[in-house]
Design a protein around this ligand. Structure first.
Ligand code: BGC
Ligand code: MG
Length: 520
């Protein structure tokens, strides 16, 4: 390998680049006051645990004041901590604890919509902060649909008009065409930067603007293939989303947002759900005036039930070809999708797990080029939880049951020990009882100890953090191989994605085994 090929693309640096960020879903992380719901002091109390994982930072899902119709993704006051999660000062304590442990903190900003309980939605002088439209022949203004099911429009007697919501009717969409809305959102971000956060995860970052002419979306053309992440075969996935999101005006707002981040040297990852996610990622992250990175949906979706080399390689190469100058972010699991430990487990019908597979997935996530997002419980190899119908909480589940149990199966409380209280907001499933943190701490071969060791080893390899990636053709689709190439180091990474022994060149890999070797 000549030096010329091995030279890394010039992408600058930053703690987040090639780092590992641990996602905390606060309702289910750690409950300090025994009310059955996790909270900010709970997170602070577990900072040793988080730091010992060897991650660079944490992303905390929303903890702002909210009626919790979408469990915090419906914000009623962007500057206040919801009492369920603690007091405003609890956040400051969390930040200083994170600092003391050398951890960065990014928070989740849900700017596209508010809760219908936000005072703005009830203030007539702010009517234009939301998207209102007259009925069309007694029906909704156009064919836009909510991602959670049904029309994206709800009729409101107040103005005898419909308001837009891409998600629940309790999540009215903000009107970003109004400059006052943009300014307020920038002020909110500044507020948290002043409080000391290191950056943001921007929820549904391409949903901020809508087509002001309210044109109907056309049907999704067959050649577009299947939609990813959220979108199974639903009315939402049958449309091409040309007019309800990803409007060109958004890029100008993103540039204003980035200018603000740069004042604080802060970082931002966007969540993007689009028909052409790579194209959008290129648009949203190219150059150094837009987002730092986009949280790539391809390996998180429900559509890849079988894990093969192509499952990883195809979206990776498509991204690299479409957006060669963008820095990718990858995750296998989050609070919206079936846990990868089960999704990619051939046994157990979507609820199974195999610690060998779970550990290999941690290694794989840590070896791919990009920033890695690890979701709480992934370090324990938790399988997706089966949720009895009467325990369901996710509003989306109520639309899709029994076909899909919604998102509760990945949101159950972290099983810290065998003595979990029985008032938790979602039940701790029996399948997690043997996988508690305390049990795994005492087991040298546990997924938790594996994760700690692996992330510690990873940080010693610049090639895994910054290196280029070069896939290698293998003649077996259950063997994934690539090189990570840095100026001082070349590593060969080989993964056996199957439950049977495999061979790659001279190496023999046990079921779900992997090897990372010096290849200079
Ligand atoms: C969040 C979801 C949420 C939705 C609406 C997302 O993509 O991750 O949990 O329901 O945005 O805010
Ligand atoms: Mg609590």
């Amino acid at each position: 390998m000549s030096d010329e090929c091995a030279a890394p693309r010039s992408l600058g640096d930053g703690w987040w680049r090639g780092g590992v960020i641990y996602q905390i879903y606060p309702r289910s992380f750690a409950d300090s006051n025994g009310d059955g719901v996790g909270d900010l002091p709970g997170i602070t109390a577990r900072m040793d645990y988080i730091a010992a994982l060897g991650v660079e930072g944490i992303w905390i899902s929303p903890f702002f004041k909210s009626p919790m119709k979408d469990f915090g993704y419906d914000v009623a006051d962007y500057r206040a901590v919801d009492p369920l999660f603690g007091r405003n000062e609890d956040f400051d304590e969390l930040l200083s604890a994170a600092r003391a442990h050398g951890l960065k903190v990014i928070i989740d900003l849900v700017l596209s919509h508010t809760s219908d309980q936000h005072s703005w939605f009830h203030d007539e002088s702010k009517k234009d902060w939301y998207v209102w439209a007259d009925p069309k022949n007694g029906a909704p203004p156009n064919n836009w649909v909510s991602l959670f099911g049904g029309s994206a429009w709800t009729y409101d007697e107040r103005y005898r008009q419909y308001y837009l919501h891409n998600f629940l009717r309790e999540q009215p969409d903000l009107n970003f065409h109004n400059p006052a809305v943009q300014q307020e959102m920038l002020d909110i971000a500044r507020h948290w930067l002043e409080r000391g956060v290191d950056g943001f995860r921007l929820d549904v970052v391409n949903f901020y603007f809508h087509d002001q002419a309210l044109r109907d979306n056309p049907p999704r053309p067959a050649q577009m293939g299947k939609a990813t992440q959220f979108e199974g075969d639903t009315p939402y996935s049958r449309q091409a989303h040309i007019y309800d999101k990803s409007q060109p005006e958004n890029l100008e707002f993103i540039e204003r947002f980035r200018a603000l981040l740069d004042e604080y040297n802060a970082f931002c990852v966007g969540e993007l759900g689009d028909d052409n996610p790579n194209e959008r990622a290129r648009e949203y992250t190219s150059g150094d005036q837009r987002l730092h990175t986009i949280y790539n949906p391809h390996l998180c979706g429900g559509t890849h039930k079988k894990l093969t080399a192509q499952t990883i390689r195809a979206p990776f190469e498509a991204f690299e070809n479409t957006a060669p100058d963008s820095w990718p972010s990858w995750s296998f699991s989050n609070h919206d999708v079936v846990r990868a430990a089960s999704r990619w487990c051939p046994q157990g019908d979507g609820f199974g797990h195999d610690p060998r597979l779970s550990q290999m997935l941690i290694a794989l996530l840590g070896c791919l080029r990009g920033t890695a997002f690890l979701y709480q419980g992934e370090e324990l190899g938790l399988p997706e939880a089966r949720i009895p119908h009467e325990a369901l909480q996710d509003p989306w589940a109520k639309e899709t049951w029994p076909e899909w149990q919604g998102r509760d199966g990945c949101r159950t409380p972290m099983p810290w020990n065998s003595d979990m209280p029985d008032n938790t907001w979602l039940p701790v499933p029996a399948a997690h009882e043997a996988l508690t943190v305390s049990a795994q701490e005492n087991d040298a071969h546990s997924t938790l100890n594996f994760t700690r060791d692996f992330l510690a080893r990873r940080s010693a390899h610049p090639a895994l953090r910054h290196g280029e990636i070069e896939f290698i053709d293998t003649d077996d689709d259950m063997v994934l191989a690539f090189r990570r190439i840095d100026k001082d180091e070349i590593l060969l990474c080989v993964f056996n994605l199957s439950g049977e022994e495999k061979k790659f060149e001279a190496q023999t890999l046990p079921a779900y085994g992997f090897e990372i070797t010096d290849a200079r």
